[in-house]
Ligand binder design. Structure first.
Ligand code: GAL
Length: 439
């Protein structure tokens, strides 16, 4: 908003000087602001990118999230002092806040230079809304065409064209625990079956521990997804996202009932905790278990300085042994990126082995590239690298693989109601309605 000061007394004088000042200021603002904000048009230096700030948008700000990105930015800035990264990350796990901010920016045609989007249905949302450029030329230029696994390429390709560079593979279905706490509670190792899990939760409860630490709502959806995969199996889970799926089946009812039982062992203040808060309850010995993605490995190891194996332990969520509930963070080239040429280089850099082998050991993820230097990956990630090769894949709902954002949001709304009323029949029917709406 431009404010002008009135000095002249005569009406005409006021009008003339105000208009003149406003016009001059307006022109100045146009000169100064537009190239920086980049309203979609080419900038003066579009070809050479002499000096610019490369806006990189993600939700990696907190513990377990920021170290990997910071390391990438450091390497990039050193090599590109004229196109340093402006870290435009918006805080909030799983991108709950970031995605809303991004949607506003895209609607206003003020995209960043590159933004984080999950491979799969979430990425397709942006493609279908005409907000992304296809980047096959980036793949060609930087030799990326053969470095990613085929199943991942399938999730970033739409109508024959590629739309993002994946930086990692995360696994959602991990049961984290603190070995010392389990010993204290008389729980002999990580439970594999649901029966063993419930009895372990009961033992923890009897020792006045939080049996299963839980955080804010997206982590509740995350928990639910893993319970469903553990109950229905990867095939049953995959079928739910197709046209004609039977959301009303007794198997789904059983999975939702199991979720309800599991919820009864969680902390009552879940809604006010971040995922890190919930993980920390395990690290601090206050909770026996937490179900979270393997970004928790980054948090335990890099932030909390815990030792894998003794400070924290892990296993597949019961019922999901040899199933990889996967997701992948990938970066895009938005249409109208203000510094497009720099963004193209950034994407090439993200696809490089050096970038992936720097980022992932800190983030708690395995690289999307097939040729990682496995020596650089600590204990949990060595396990993840092996599992990824042999496991059956299941796509994550909470992290964008199987359903578009709108469907996932409807799912979240139904879940919110369920958390209040705990009515499985109503919940199941709302989930069925959501399925019918989006298929
Ligand atoms: C996921 C994202 C991960 C991690 C997690 C917690 O959606 O893919 O990289 O950041 O959220 O915020």
């Amino acid at each position: 908003m431009i404010r002008t000061v009135r000095h002249d007394r005569s009406r005409d004088g006021i009008a003339r000087s105000t208009v003149l000042r406003a016009a001059l200021l307006g022109a100045l603002v146009l000169v100064l602001v537009i190239p920086a904000a980049g309203f979609g048009g080419p900038t003066k230096h579009a070809g050479t990118q002499a000096t610019c700030q490369l806006q990189v948008f993600s939700w990696w700000t907190g513990g377990g999230e920021a170290h990997g990105l910071d390391a990438l930015i450091k390497i990039w800035n050193k090599a590109h002092p004229n196109m340093k990264v402006k870290n435009s990350a918006v805080a909030g796990g799983a991108g709950t806040n970031a995605k809303a901010v991004l949607a506003q920016r895209l609607a206003a045609h003020k995209p960043p230079d590159s933004f984080q989007g999950h491979a799969g249905a979430e990425l397709q949302d942006y493609i279908k809304a005409n907000q992304l450029e296809p980047i096959d030329f980036v793949y060609k230029k930087y030799g990326l065409s053969k470095v990613f696994p085929a199943q991942l390429i399938n999730q970033i390709r739409y109508k024959g064209k590629l739309y993002s560079v994946p930086v990692n593979i995360h696994r959602a279905n991990i049961l984290w625990y603190n070995p010392a706490t389990l010993r204290k509670a008389g729980i002999s190792g990580a439970p594999k079956s649901w029966g063993q899990f419930i009895s372990a939760l009961q033992k923890a409860k009897a020792k006045n521990l939080i049996p299963l630490a839980l955080g804010e709502q997206w982590t509740q959806k995350h928990l639910m997804e893993t319970v469903m995969i553990g109950s229905l199996g990867p095939k049953g889970w995959a079928a739910l996202w197709k046209k004609g799926a039977n959301w009303g089946s007794p198997q789904v009812t059983a999975a939702l009932n199991r979720f309800k039982t599991v919820l009864s062992y969680t902390n009552t203040d879940a809604a006010s905790l971040t995922w890190q808060d919930a993980s920390k309850l395990v690290a601090d010995g206050k909770a026996a278990f937490n179900i979270m993605g393997d970004w928790a490995d980054g948090y335990f190891r890099v932030d909390l300085k815990k030792k894998a194996g003794s400070g924290y332990g892990w296993a597949a969520v019961p019922g999901t042994t040899n199933v990889y509930d996967w997701l992948s963070d990938s970066f895009t080239l938005p249409k109208g990126a203000p510094h497009r040429a720099a963004a193209v280089q950034w994407l090439g850099f993200l696809g490089s082995r050096k970038a992936q082998d720097t980022f992932n050991p800190l983030k708690g993820s395995i690289p999307a590239r097939k040729d990682a230097n496995t020596k650089l990956y600590p204990t949990y990630l060595k396990y993840a690298l092996v599992q990824w090769k042999g496991d059956t894949l299941a796509g994550s709902l909470t992290h964008g693989v199987v359903a578009p954002n709108a469907w996932a949001t409807d799912f979240g709304t139904a879940l919110g109601l369920f958390l209040q009323n705990k009515d499985v029949a109503k919940f199941q029917s709302a989930l069925k309605t959501a399925h019918d709406k989006y298929t």
